[in-house]
Design a protein around this ligand. Structure first.
Ligand code: ADP
Ligand code: MG
Length: 323
């Protein structure tokens, strides 16, 4: 019979590179570099809510860590350590092999040590805690945006939501190449850690897009508002970066919804003063990652989206509370 300890040893114990004491004792020991703060965050991935029960275990492993890394990127922190609380309905060697392969592929890609966790029986649930480092006082926060500053996003938006739309709605057809790119964005997102650290010197606020552009931008605006100044924003729909084949369908509800309200993109949305435009475009070039100016912060207290200078009715996207 496979015990809890066999599972931990066989699938989750790998050499560490920046840890004093890893898996095997009652707690792990880590040391932080001088002049740095720890950034700590946790996100659970639950079957039926965050992934389909039939999803590839490799993808579940990758993504359950990637979504946590994305929170580090949004803070301008460098992720270094993770713990994994795994609840499994049964022991499947295939599932564990593939899940741990995906998890460690993501961990290696971002130089993260798995330093501990917990293994229990129950409905499939993956809880990951991530710990990173950021130089004292240099973290990026949701607060800090100001009136007239530019709003930027990294990469392309909406791909993960379009993949979901095509899975849930067989009438919604994407050509093979586009569907493949969208499924990749949905299943194995690449959090923007290098960008996050570079933005420490440039951005005034930052968030990762996990719930959808409007919802996450609203968090920035709320956190950056004061009692006497409620911030809002104007976004240009046609400026929002997306995969090229989608661009011609901006009038379609399903595409608008994917770009404005689709979750799971794990790109960064940030604000910066207008005199940083050149610095940001230079950064984009250096990183070979599109950084796109999509709108501006204002003091209206409301979010507005324009398409070819006409207002887009965002309440139809499920965002009444911004109206
Ligand atoms: P304890 O009983 O002290 O909580 P456990 O028996 O749960 O310890 O775990 C033994 C060791 O294995 C600990 O170092 C723990 O952090 C680690 N561990 C348990 N489950 C996992 C997992 N899924 N992934 C990584 N490490 C794990
Ligand atoms: Mg335990």
């Amino acid at each position: 019979m496979t015990t809890e300890f066999d599972i931990i040893k066989k699938y989750f114990t790998q050499a560490t590179s920046n840890t004093d004491l890893g898996i095997g004792d009652d707690a792990a020991l880590i040391s932080t570099a001088a002049g740095h703060q720890l950034a700590v965050s946790t996100d659970s991935s639950v079957v039926g809510t965050h992934f389909f029960s039939h999803a590839e275990p490799y993808d579940i492993g990758w993504k359950s860590l990637a979504v946590n890394i994305s929170d580090m990127a949004a803070m301008g922190a460098t992720p270094k350590w993770a713990t994994l609380a795994l609840t499994l309905p049964k022991v499947s060697e295939y599932w564990l092999k593939e899940f741990s392969r995906g998890f460690f592929a993501c961990a290696k890609n971002f130089h993260i040590d798995l330093i501990g966790g917990d293994t229990t029986k129950g409905p499939l649930n993956i809880g990951v805690q991530i710990i990173g480092e950021v130089p004292n006082g240099k973290s990026l926060k949701r607060s800090g945006a100001e009136e007239n500053q530019d709003i930027w996003v990294s990469g392309t938006l909406g791909s993960a939501a379009l993949a979901l739309a095509s899975i849930n709605n067989p009438q919604f057809l994407l050509e093979d190449k586009t569907l493949f790119a969208c499924l990749k964005a949905l299943n194995t997102p690449l959090p923007r850690v290098t960008l996050g650290t570079a933005l420490r010197e440039v951005a005034t606020s930052c968030i990762d897009i996990s719930d959808g552009l409007l919802a996450d931008l609203a968090h920035i605006l709320t956190a950056s508002s004061s009692e006497d100044k409620k911030l809002g924003a104007i976004i240009q729909l046609e400026a929002i970066p997306c995969i090229p084949t989608i661009k011609q369908w901006l009038s379609e509800e399903i595409v608008r919804k994917a770009l404005l309200a689709g979750g799971d993109d794990y790109e960064l949305c940030f604000t910066a003063s207008r005199d940083r435009r050149e610095a940001i475009l230079w950064l984009a070039q250096k990183m070979k990652l599109p950084l796109t100016h999509i709108g501006r912060v204002n003091a209206t207290g409301k979010l507005a989206v324009l398409h070819e200078n006409k207002p887009v009715n965002i309440s139809t996207l499920g965002y009444d509370h911004f109206a």
